[in-house]
Structure formats: structure tokens, C-alpha cells
Design a protein around this ligand. Structure first.
Ligand SMILES: Nc1ncnc2c1ncn2[C@@H]1O[C@H](COP(=O)(O)OP(=O)(O)O)[C@@H](O)[C@H]1O
Ligand SMILES: [Mg+2]
Length: 317
């Protein structure tokens, strides 16, 4: 059941069993209170929608907690960083407030965004600087907590902790919970203490799967590791599987795509096609929307923005 606030137009999903109806002038009403703008208003029960659809999330809702989505797979070169940056940039263009956290020692995110931040995640985790000193606004609505070589030292600090090591990142980032709509976390390939930290912090997982070679092998390995984390953190869910490097001129990728569709029908997203603009854009310090807005890659990432934001009208031309 969905109720729309007459003041701020936000849609809210309501559990019908929790409603306390009252009668007024022959009508049965309920008193509703908007979680976003706190406006209180009566609603006639007969006028309520019964749609099962999720409420549309348009822009930042005051006081709401950010969705924390990590982009991860142990294999390198599958499009993790490309997806983190372009999904983040697309959500920001759609009006959401986004933080991109780069947990890779390669520090590629800042390079792709054409930035050279003086500080980033390392200084935050070592408590050398405050959060506001570590963040940079890379684009309108898009903030960056950059990674880089210095994170290697941080990993050693985490390894030496005698307890609670897996919550190091969660503790450092917790003040940002109410500041953003989306917090996207890009990860390095492999499996180490920092990735375990990312999984303990995130609530949703997005896995890019390159449709070039052996994607299913990497996936099943990763799903086993995720299962190990879920024993301790049940909220974390594999939400999105994004096939990347789709080249329909070759037969192999289509077969792999169909296999993924059978195995993960709920999580599978529309593929990101192979497109050279994605490989060229970083050397210009540009996102795909800036470098080649009319390209198939831009179209594919706009579609991913709609899927992740559950906002069907986001970034429609
Ligand atoms: N759909 C695509 N088409 C063509 N090149 C791509 C595509 N996605 C990513 N790339 C390029 O492939 C390389 C690896 O991608 P990257 O995002 O860095 O992977 P990862 O972060 O998983 O290691 C980069 O040079 C990137 O620009
Ligand atoms: Mg990367």
C-alpha cells in the first residue's frame, strides 16, 4: 500500500496492518505522517493505492540513511572501477547526493575523475585528518574519498588490530550515513582485510562480470566468500550482477549471458556493452557522460542508474 504526501510528494510504503482507522463524516480515514517532511494529514482508506511497487526514490530524503553499495569481485579488469565511477557520476547527474569511496591502492577513481586529492581514505582511517578534510567534491553532487598507494600501510594497521578489525572502515565512515543518498565503494581485486571491511560496511553488493572469459568461475568463488561474511552480517545482499564487455559479434558472451540469466534472474542487470570510449575517457579525466554522452556506453550506464536508483525516469533524454 502506497501513500503520497500531499506536501512534499514523497511516496511511502505502508503496512496496512499497522494502520489505525477512524471515522469522520461517514468516511473511514487514517492519520498519516510523512517520514520526510513530517507533515500530518488524513487519508481516506478508500483512496489508497494497492500497488506492490517500491516507492520511487526521487531525490535525497531528509534524514534518510545512505544506501551502501560495494562494487566488487576478486578478479581484476572486469569493470569495477569503470562501473563505480560512471554509476556514481550518473546517480549524481540524476540529482542524488553520492559519495564514491575508493579502497584500491591503485587510486584509479580520482584519475578517471581528473582529480589529484591531497588526502583521502588513508588519512581518514589513520585519523590524521577529519572527514571533511579527506573528502573532495569531484563533480556537483559527487564526492570522492580517494584511494591510492598509502592504503597499503592502512592494511597493515588493520591486520595488527587485536579485535574489531573488520569494523575499522564502518567506524570511520559512520558519520557520513545521513549525508548521502548513495555511498558506492570501489574495491581492489583479490581478497584481503580491506575487502572484508568493505563487506562489513556495505549492505548491497554489485558484481560486474566480464563476459569475456570464465566469468562464472570467479562468481562462484566470490559467492562462497560472501556467504562466509553473511554468517556474521545477514543484511548484506548480492543485489546486482552487471555483465560488462558485452560484444554481440562474438557467440561466447551471449552464451555466458544466458547462463547468468538462468542462475541469477533477479540480480541480473542489462549488460554494459564493449565500448572503446570507456577505455579512452579516463585519460581525459572525464566520465562517460562527459566524454561520449551519445555513446552506447553512456546509454548502458544511464540504464544502470535507473535500475539501481529504482527511478524509471532518471537520466531519460
Ligand atoms: N565496457 C567496456 N568496454 C571497453 N572497455 C572497458 C569497458 N569497461 C571497462 N573498460 C576498460 O577495461 C579496463 C579495466 O576496467 P576497470 O574498470 O579498471 O576494471 P577493474 O576495476 O575491475 O580492474 C580499463 O582500461 C577500462 O577503461
Ligand atoms: Mg579497479
Amino acid at each position: 500500500m502506497i501513500i503520497t504526501c500531499p506536501k512534499c510528494a514523497r511516496k511511502h510504503k505502508v503496512n496496512p496492518e499497522a494502520l489505525k482507522p477512524f471515522s469522520d463524516a461517514g468516511k473511514t480515514n487514517i492519520m498519516a505522517s510523512c517520514k520526510s517532511c513530517k507533515f500530518k494529514f488524513p487519508v481516506a482508506l478508500s483512496s489508497l493505492l494497492t500497488s506492490e511497487e517500491e516507492p520511487i526514490e526521487m531525490n535525497r530524503r531528509a534524514g534518510s540513511v545512505a544506501r551502501k553499495i560495494c562494487i566488487t569481485l576478486s578478479k581484476g579488469g572486469v569493470g569495477k572501477t569503470t562501473t563505480s565511477v560512471n554509476l556514481g557520476a550518473g546517480l549524481a547527474l540524476a540529482g542524488y547526493k553520492v559519495l564514491l569511496v575508493d579502497t584500491d591502492t591503485q587510486g584509479q577513481s580520482s584519475y578517471i575523475l581528473g582529480k589529484r586529492p591531497g588526502a583521502g581514505l588513508t588519512e581518514l582511517l589513520t585519523k590524521e585528518l577529519t572527514i571533511s578534510d579527506c573528502l573532495i567534491e569531484a563533480r556537483k553532487n559527487l564526492w570522492l574519498l580517494s584511494g591510492g598507494k598509502s592504503l597499503a600501510g592502512v592494511k597493515r594497521i588493520i591486520d595488527k588490530k587485536s579485535f574489531g578489525a573488520e569494523f575499522t572502515l564502518s567506524e570511520a565512515l559512520s558519520p557520513l550515513d545521513n549525508q548521502f543518498d548513495f555511498i558506492l565503494i570501489d574495491t581492489a581485486p583479490g581478497w584481503d582485510q580491506l575487502i572484508v571491511n568493505v563487506l562489513f560496511y556495505s549492505t548491497e553488493v554489485l558484481v560486474p562480470v566480464a563476459l569475456e572469459v570464465m566469468p562464472l568461475h570467479g562468481m562462484s568463488e566470490f559467492i562462497k566468500s560472501l556467504g562466509a561474511i553473511q554468517k556474521y552480517k545477514s543484511e548484506i545482499q548480492l543485489k546486482y550482477i552487471v555483465p560488462t564487455f558485452l560484444d554481440l559479434r562474438i557467440k561466447g558472451p551471449k552464451v555466458l549471458y544466458d547462463q547468468l540469466k538462468k542462475l541469477y534472474p533477479r540480480q541480473l542487470c542489462k549488460p554494459i556493452r564493449y565500448n572503446e570510449n570507456l577505455a579512452d575517457a579516463p585519460s581525459f579525466g572525464k566520465t562517460i557522460f562527459e566524454f561520449a554522452p551519445g555513446s552506447t556506453a553512456s546509454e548502458d550506464y544511464r540504464s544502470l542508474v535507473r535500475r539501481v536508483s529504482r527511478n524509471e525516469s532518471a537520466l531519460l533524454k
